[in-house]
Design a protein around this ligand. Structure first.
Ligand code: CAA
Length: 272
């Protein structure tokens, strides 16, 4: 997600610094951003060349490299401890007036806001995959987020071609509160042999005009990410409709994480 978020800001004319603890991940990010920009260029959707846009992005393993940034968007794993720790580290290096956003897909923004120095300048900024293609962003304020921040961030996102919605700080917001039970029910239908994986997905592609069926989509999102989101929903609402199914746990435990690992509900060859 971080790659896509950096890319869309660079496309919008902003200077971007991508930070990751892993050097190899940064090299992969650069290649993947270039590939994505090339696709968009072929379709005549870029005002500049991929090379010009890529020049606006610097890549660093050092958090100090964002010390002068106006806005920082955290996009680490969907785990409260990892996000809280990262937000604390970000807060320690950024300017007093910097805006901090979290790309969390389910964790409470009020809870995360306790990890930043200025909770009034912090909010949820949740993008969708693939970020360069999907226009939606969910914007989530905490009880402490300052009134003008929502407006400012909305305008910023519109300036880079996104179309935000404002949602309350409820676990999973709107997107994952509705999407995860669909994915979960599709997995249960598979467990109960109601239909094959490809027929379950076909039902949604051809019957409901979804671009991907729920199992393909789960593979696309990442099965570990789906499990993490379901855990957050289940722990917060206590409702079994969010409980991660055994098949999902088994796939995650055996490192079959979907497209990124080459196998999930489907096999992907070298597609990552
Ligand atoms: N950068 C630029 N362009 C891209 C791209 C990328 N990263 N990925 C895909 N595209 C473009 C392709 O070039 C292609 O363009 P044309 O149709 O003009 O040729 C178009 O998008 C469609 O791509 P493909 O032909 O490769 O494949 P596709 O038709 O299967 O579409 C898809 C791919 C856009 C991902 C589509 O299947 C889709 O919309 N799937 C659903 C995605 C979705 O629901 N995302 C949200 C997941 S939930 C989430 O992210 C949040 C969370 O908290 C879990």
């Amino acid at each position: 997600m971080g790659r896509g978020i950096g890319q869309v800001f660079a496309q919008g004319g902003y200077s971007v610094t991508q930070v990751d603890v892993n050097k190899d991940a940064l090299a992969l990010a650069k290649d993947s951003i270039y590939d994505s920009l090339s696709k968009l260029e072929k379709k005549g959707l870029l005002r500049e060349t991929p090379e010009t846009i890529l020049k606006r992005i610097s890549f660093s393993t050092e958090l100090d490299s964002i010390s002068d940034s106006d806005i920082v968007i955290e996009a680490v794993f969907e785990r409260l401890d990892v996000k809280s720790e990262t937000l604390r580290k970000i807060s320690a290096v950024v300017r007093e007036d910097a805006l901090i956003g979290s790309n969390t897909s389910s964790i409470s923004i009020n809870l995360l806001s306790s990890s930043v120095r200025n909770p009034e300048r912090f909010m949820g900024i949740h993008f969708f995959n693939p970020v360069p293609v999907m226009k939606l962003v969910e914007l989530v304020s905490s009880e402490n987020t300052s009134g003008d921040l929502l407006k400012k961030v909305s305008e910023l996102l519109v300036s880079i071609g996104k179309d935000p919605v404002h949602v309350k700080d409820f676990p999973g917001f709107v997107s994952n509160r509705v999407l995860m039970p669909l994915i979960r029910e599709a997995i249960l239908a598979l467990e109960e042999s109601v239909a094959s994986a490809s027929d379950i997905d076909k039902t949604f592609r051809l019957g409901m005009n979804h671009p991907m069926g729920p199992l393909e989509l789960a593979d696309f999102i990442g099965l570990d990410v789906c499990q993490d989101i379901m855990e957050v929903l289940y722990n917060n609402y206590g409702d079994p409709r969010f409980k991660p199914p055994v098949t999902l746990r088994n796939l995650v435990n055996s490192k079959k994480l979907g497209r990124k690992s080459g196998e999930g509900f489907y096999k992907y060859g070298d597609k990552k």
